[in-house]
Design a protein around this ligand. Structure first.
Ligand SMILES: NC(=O)CC[C@H](N)C(=O)O
Length: 387
């Protein structure tokens, strides 16, 4: 690391990561040219970079991938969790090579450029990860310029003046603006996503989209539900108009406490009406807020595809996909909220159930994408409970 205020840009450096304290890490830029400010986090998944980059929960964040080879299978039109990438940029160890995969449609660096996302390669991503583990997730600027012209002091000031994710509501920015009927089922080689089962006899799930990953909706369809997606700002009356059999609360970016300002009152009304509820990640945090618990910002967060979680009912361990930087504070759970899952990495809360309602939620991502399939059963449990 070098001091951005005193050092010049090394020869050949076309990309840089600048920290609020003035330190900097140089490398080679790819994707879009320019700069972006956000929180730096690390993800330990070995596969699924396209799903990770398009997960709307990464809005406002820059991802440091610990796996060294990112981009080498290119990009395709299927492995997406939203229409476009939401992470602002990414940092990778090795330079992005020409894509080698039969499903490739567009090289990773070109895809990043097309969507205005900045990449930085040739960086010691393990050292960055260790730094995040020691000091917590920092606010940074990622910048790319083919001529290596960086005003490092200005970039450091930009990182310094960014307010950070705590208190930031980003769901409002990434949510779909219109209500829509969801159609796709889960992906099959040679068939794509196909259509879910037809017919209106299926239990109707109204899914509130705080920045949802598409694979959640695909899994709800696979589990036998008809899914209608409503924007994050939907009122209780709008939820009710859809005549739901159950309500799903999606994942999403930003601080749950900030997002909860408009979402939590609606969730409370849904609970009062005794509608069954299932929440994932941000949806989990907001169900907990609605029940009277509190959320906290984590030191480094959990992001990867191999996080062990213990199911408290029977001690079974699920290997899960995770992406969160806030957590439900277990010490604040009211009487009627039972913890159901706990992280085996740090003991943090990973699931709750309301004892007096048909409502449960998990902090992890049972839809995987990318990740293990141990927790698909939760979709089944929710949809079967609606019949
Ligand atoms: N994946 C998510 O829904 C993330 C929830 C929340 N934004 C967090 O970082 O904790």
């Amino acid at each position: 690391m070098a001091d951005a205020k005193t050092l010049t840009v090394p020869k050949g450096a076309t990309g840089v990561l600048v920290f609020a304290d003035g330190s900097a890490v140089f490398g080679r830029g790819f994707g879009s040219v320019g700069d972006a400010v956000g929180e730096l986090c690390f993800n330990t998944s070995i596969t699924g970079y396209q799903e990770i980059m398009t997960d709307p929960s990464y809005a406002g964040q820059i991802i440091n991938f610990t796996f060294p080879h990112i981009g080498n299978v290119g990009t395709n039109v299927d492995d997406v969790e939203a229409d476009a990438p939401h992470a602002l940029g990414c940092i990778v160890r090795e330079d992005v090579t020409a894509p080698s995969n039969f499903r490739n449609v567009e090289p990773f660096d070109q895809w990043m450029k097309e969507h205005g996302r900045i990449g930085l390669s040739g960086v010691d991503t393990r050292a960055l990860t260790r730094m995040i583990r020691l000091k917590g997730a920092p606010n940074v600027v990622i910048a790319h310029d083919p001529d290596g012209n960086f005003d490092l002091a200005t970039l450091a000031d930009k990182a310094d003046s960014w307010p950070g994710l705590e208190g930031m509501d980003l769901a409002i920015e990434v949510t779909g603006k219109e209500s829509r009927l969801w159609k796709d089922g889960v992906w099959k080689l040679g068939h794509g996503y196909g259509l879910g089962e037809a017919g209106d006899e299926r239990p109707h799930v109204v899914a509130i989209d705080y920045g949802a990953k598409n694979n959640i909706f695909r899994n709800l369809v696979k589990a036998g539900a008809r899914v209608t997606v409503l924007p994050a700002t939907a009122t209780y009356e709008q939820v009710r108009e859809q005549k739901p059999d159950g309500v799903f609360l999606s994942n999403g970016p930003g601080d749950p406490a900030a997002t909860g300002e408009y979402a939590v009152p609606v969730i409370r009304q849904v609970l009062e009406a005794d509608l069954p509820v299932f929440g994932i990640c941000l949806g989990h945090q907001m169900l907990a807020l609605a029940a009277g618990a509190k959320t906290v910002k984590m030191h480094q967060g959990h992001r990867g595809a191999n996080h062990p979680v213990k199911r408290l009912s029977d001690g079974l361990v699920e290997i899960t996909s995770m992406n969160h930087g806030f957590a439900v504070d277990s010490d604040t759970l009211p009487e009627n909220v039972k913890p159901t899952h706990v992280s085996l990495f740090d003991g943090s809360n990973c699931g709750i159930e309301l004892t007096d309602k048909k409502a449960f939620s998990v902090q992890y991502h049972p839809e995987a994408s990318p990740g293990p399939q141990d927790s698909f059963y939760l979709f089944q449990r929710f949809v079967e409970g609606l019949k």
